[in-house]
Design a protein around this ligand. Structure first.
Ligand SMILES: Nc1ncnc2c1ncn2[C@@H]1O[C@H](COP(=O)(O)OP(=O)(O)OP(=O)(O)O)[C@@H](O)[C@H]1O
Length: 251
């Protein structure tokens, strides 16, 4: 469904941040983008949505190179939640309804309101729906931004550290919801995430970025102490606890 090929990007012409990035994400699959600070994870996510334009390569969603589309058509394919979001003077309800913008012609239809209300309920945002988003806590705002992206009903969902401001209960609930939607709607999800144990629990495939390139990409088989140690320069052990792989640092 999502096919990235030969992607190359540098903020300045003399320094490549991403070199020959090539990977596929299937329907119903969630991929974790892993790697240390400054590895280029956020940059890569922005290239997949043409927020920044790669110097080379293609990002194909259902046979169409989205790098050749305009912003409105990209928004019908791909939703993106940034690492940091700014609050503004609109209500939570309206902020989520904005996710429907690519589909709204003159005014929202009943279907748009129904989608927004269902998402508000599934993220337990009912009691916030009439609050202004510039009055929310960091975690509440993060959930609203995820809700807006889900309201967009994308084929590809790009999330940059979606749980960085969330408490443990919300981290688990939000990632479980994303996992369920990934399978139910058969969308392709790409998540930049620092917590390896959350990635192991909720993602299907794992892509490590290191030194501007893909260090390795695959299923559980790439989540080894050797790969994690080489990428993060920290000795770890990978153990199994109640049929769930967990990463434990050895320092
Ligand atoms: N707008 C920009 N202009 C110039 N350089 C940038 C810009 N944004 C990021 N960079 C540089 O590009 C490199 C990759 O940054 P990026 O934010 O993609 O890393 P990351 O892997 O997401 O890091 P983190 O885990 O810390 O969020 C870094 O060296 C960063 O300093």
């Amino acid at each position: 469904m999502l096919k990235i090929d030969a992607l190359e990007f540098g903020y300045r012409s003399n320094r490549k941040i991403l070199d020959d990035i090539k990977f596929d994400v299937s329907n119903g699959e969630c991929v974790a983008i892993l790697g240390n600070n400054g590895a280029g994870k956020s940059t890569m996510l922005k290239c997949l949505n043409k927020i920044i334009s790669p110097q080379k390569g293609s990002v194909v969603v259902n046979e169409v190179d989205i790098l050749k589309l305009n912003r409105l058509d990209i928004a019908k394919n791909t939703a993106y939640v940034a690492q940091k979001s700014e609050g503004s003077r609109i209500t939570v309800y309206d902020a989520i309804l904005l996710g429907r913008k690519p589909y709204i012609k003159l005014a929202p239809k009943k279907e748009d309101y129904d989608i927004v209300e269902k998402i508000i309920e599934s993220l337990s945002l009912e009691k916030f729906s009439l609050r202004y988003i510039d009055e929310l806590s960091g975690g509440e705002l993060q959930k609203v931004m995820i809700a807006r992206a889900l309201a967009q009903e994308p084929k590809v969902l790009l999330l940059d550290e979606p749980t960085s401001c969330l408490d443990l209960k919300n981290q688990l609930e939000v990632l479980k919801l994303i996992q369920d939607i990934t399978k139910e709607k058969e969308i392709a999800v790409v998540i930049v995430i620092h917590d390896l144990n959350l990635a192991l629990r909720y993602c299907d495939r794992f892509l490590f970025l290191k030194d501007n390139e893909i260090f390795c990409y695959g299923g559980m088989d790439v989540m080894t102490s050797e790969n994690i140690g080489a990428v993060y320069q920290v000795p770890v052990t990978v153990q199994s606890y109640q049929n769930q792989k967990v990463v434990i640092p050895l320092t």
